[in-house]
Design a protein around this ligand. Structure first.
Ligand SMILES: O=C(O)c1cc(C(=O)O)c2c(n1)C(=O)C(=O)c1cc(C(=O)O)[nH]c1-2
Ligand SMILES: [Ca+2]
Length: 681
């Protein structure tokens, strides 16, 4: 390459210090750069670039790859300005990469204590950085918000954003920056947590405002009027504040420069089960809602609740898109949103008024929405009996970003069903770690027994092209597995998506026809970005299988490290050599007493199942399945469970949480299960 173009700290400083609100707005006119994870403040993920088109995309080839040296889920979209790329990896590690060559500029590891991996429900992922006036902002898994010098990767400031360290708070989301403020939420509502968003001064890190998503302890004063209003929709008999109530805004927070509002997508109830959280019922504001806040003050402006009285982990944290579209002949400023609950929403973003909602997959909890924007519920969905939740808690759409192409008028949406059965827990206790309760030993406490009966719904993964005006599917692509990547759409009439089975694919945006694809080193969950550099259009995607579904499941036999791939027309770099998934045969020969299996089952469900899945039945995702590890490891399980060797990979130390006798029972369950499923000769 032209050495004049090799980035130096001075040149990176000059480039990145230009990035502010005006820059991001100006870039929307050209899409030459990709300065925020969603491309623009509206987070359309629609690029105006059209060098790569549906006619020539078959000539797309690899330019370079960059090894993120990670094994867990990679969820961040690459951010690129003038040849400098910022990408995050698992454990909130930031990489600055030369976009021309794929060479490393710097990396920053916030050194999150790996033993705290279990404090998050859903893999030790990170959804990306925000770039603003020469600084890169990243939220660390352990709750710190960190500002880095974009040129050097050196820390400028760091703030602990957590209100306490007793509840199991973590951060996986990307911060958003606007008007000199950096805003971040957090996760934790599977464990007991109270959600909030906080704005910090981008220069100094000083806290500017904070807004809680749900009311707190009623014996204390309300933080603001919105909390006073919300408290009326909760039943204090549930003592929800002990568990936090939930509403954790763990992903989308979208800034609207035109209306000076910030839209926050709030999370599920904590615990999930409303019958124990708020026994008399109620909407439980502001769970599972879109809430608009004044961007300057953080003051509540309006809300629309997508799932009143959430009962199924139906978060509304899924990425939203701000669009100006014509409905019934009138121009409307809307939010396009597809939360976990399976309905596609069009909301007026000037006032939060419901415009329309339609299910984009089959659902069984509601038959539709009435004219006032309330769901018409199916009573069995809140009953006392075992219930096949469709969508299940993995959502009909999870965090994987969708995109909106104004040329086709279509939204490209990664949809799915992951079957799950919910049995209401009869003797729920706040913050209790009961054997038999999924994740109980590591703090999960949702008020349901999961898969106590085998779910009967069928899994699927699907790319849906959705017309938000007609509320109708235009086309679809079926996949062999749920949990496919986010989407990118372009003026070249293209949709790009990575897949769970390890491919990166380009589709015709109008018809859904497959135009090009390449294999990738592992399953893809993140979304791609595209940008111009020296007159050439590039497409980059970060590949790394994981997230909540990807810890225990897999859909490809490839298991390469997290890797950024960059493509351009007529480029022919060879693909890297892929790493094959290594597995021992089905576990055999560990001695156990069959009488220990029932108790071992309950202990395994509480301590191991969240990450390791079902031994032998699941095949292992980015965390190994214990039915396919060397027999010596299971025979010596206590050496792994107590102060064990995998603590630096995210495994908790179970000292004080399990006893040696418990571990013997868990061994019995693991080997017993492997023996039970072994084909009989
Ligand atoms: O309630 C929460 O606080 C919370 C947090 C997170 C997270 O921070 O990643 C997820 C979820 N919930 C969740 O329900 C979920 O399905 C999920 C998937 C993922 C992922 O990254 O794959 N995170 C989360
Ligand atoms: Ca959740």
């Amino acid at each position: 390459q032209d050495s004049a173009k090799t980035p130096t700290p001075e040149s990176i400083k000059a480039i990145t210090s230009q990035v502010d609100g005006a820059y991001i707005k100006a870039n929307t006119a050209t899409s030459n750069n990709w300065p925020t994870i969603g491309l623009d403040y509206a987070e359309t993920r629609f690029s105006k670039l059209n060098q790569i088109t549906s006619d020539n995309v078959k000539g797309l080839g690899l330019v370079w790859t960059y090894n993120l040296e990670s094994s867990r889920g990679v969820e961040a979209t690459p951010v690129i300005v003038d040849g400098i790329m910022y990408q995050t990896a698992p454990w909130s590690v930031v990489h600055a990469i030369e976009a021309r060559t794929g060479k490393r500029i710097w990396t920053f590891d916030p050194e999150v204590n790996r033993e705290l991996g279990y404090r998050g429900c859903c893999d030790v992922v990170n959804r990306g950085v925000a770039l603003y006036k020469g600084k890169v902002f990243v939220a660390a898994y352990d709750g710190r918000l960190i500002a880095l010098d974009a040129a050097t990767g050196k820390k400028v400031w760091e703030k602990d954003t957590l209100i306490d360290h007793e509840h199991s708070y973590t951060i996986t989301g990307a911060p958003r920056v606007f008007n000199g403020k950096v805003v971040i939420g957090q996760g934790g509502a599977e464990y007991g947590a109270r959600g909030y968003v906080t704005a910090y001064d981008a220069e100094s890190g000083n806290q500017l405002w904070r807004w809680f998503t749900v009311p707190g302890d009623p014996s204390k004063p309300f933080e603001d009027e919105s909390m006073e209003k919300a408290a009326k929709t909760w039943d204090p008999a549930g003592q929800y504040w002990l568990n936090g109530g939930g509403g954790t805004p763990w992903d989308t927070i979208t800034f609207d420069p035109e209306l000076n509002l910030v839209y926050v997508g709030t999370g599920n109830g904590s615990p999930w089960n409303r019958n124990v959280r708020s026994p008399a019922g109620g909407d439980n504001l502001y769970l599972a809602s879109i809430v608009a806040l004044n961007a300057d003050t953080g003051k509540y402006a309006w809300h629309y609740q997508e799932t009143p009285g959430d009962h199924w982990d139906y978060t509304s944290t899924q990425p939203m898109i701000l669009a100006d579209i014509s409905i019934d002949g009138a121009p409307r400023k809307v939010i396009l949103h597809a939360p976990k609950n399976g309905f596609f929403f069009v909301i007026d973003r000037t006032n939060g008024k419901f415009i329309s909602a339609k299910n984009f997959v089959d659902v069984n909890w509601a038959t539709g929405y009435d004219a006032n924007g309330r769901p018409v519920e199916v009573p069995a969905a809140r009953g006392d009996a075992a219930y096949d939740s469709i969508p299940g808690p993995y959502g009909a759409h999870n965090w994987h970003p969708m995109s909106f192409n104004p040329q086709t008028g279509l939204v490209y949406l990664p949809a799915q069903n992951v079957p799950l059965n919910l049995i209401p827990e009869k003797k729920f206790k706040q913050n209790a770690a009961t054997p038999g309760k999924f994740g109980g030993a590591t703090g999960w406490n949702v008020g349901f027994v999961l898969n106590g009966e085998p779910p009967k719904s069928l899994p699927f993964g699907r790319l849906v092209a959705w017309d938000p005006v007609r509320q109708k599917e235009a086309w679809r692509v079926e996949y062999p597995s749920p949990w496919n990547g986010g989407t990118l759409t372009t003026a070249g009439n293209l949709v790009f998506q990575g897949t769970a089975d390890g491919r990166f694919v380009a589709y015709d945006a109008t018809t859904g026809k497959t135009l090009w694809e390449t294999p990738t080193g592992t399953g893809v969950v993140a979304a791609a970005s595209t940008y111009m550099l020296d007159g050439v259009q590039y497409v980059s995607i970060a590949v790394g299988w994981g997230g909540v579904y990807g810890m225990a499941q897999r859909a490809t036999e490839r298991q390469s490290p997290g890797t950024v791939y960059t493509f351009a027309l007529n480029s022919k770099a060879p693909l890297p050599e892929f790493v094959k998934y290594q597995t021992e045969g089905l576990l055999q020969g560990v001695k156990y007493d069959p009488k220990d299996v029932p108790e071992g089952t309950a202990l395994y469900v509480a301590a191991c199942a969240t990450c390791h899945g079902v031994p032998g039945v699941d095949k292992g995702g980015n965390v190994r399945n214990l039915g396919y590890v060397p027999a010596e490891e299971i025979a010596n399980l206590k050496n792994i469970v107590f102060k064990g060797p995998f603590r630096d990979k995210g495994m908790p130390d179970f000292t004080g949480k399990l006893t040696e006798a418990d571990v013997v029972k868990i061994q019995a369950f693991i080997q017993g299960t492997a023996d039970a499923i072994r084909p009989k000769k």
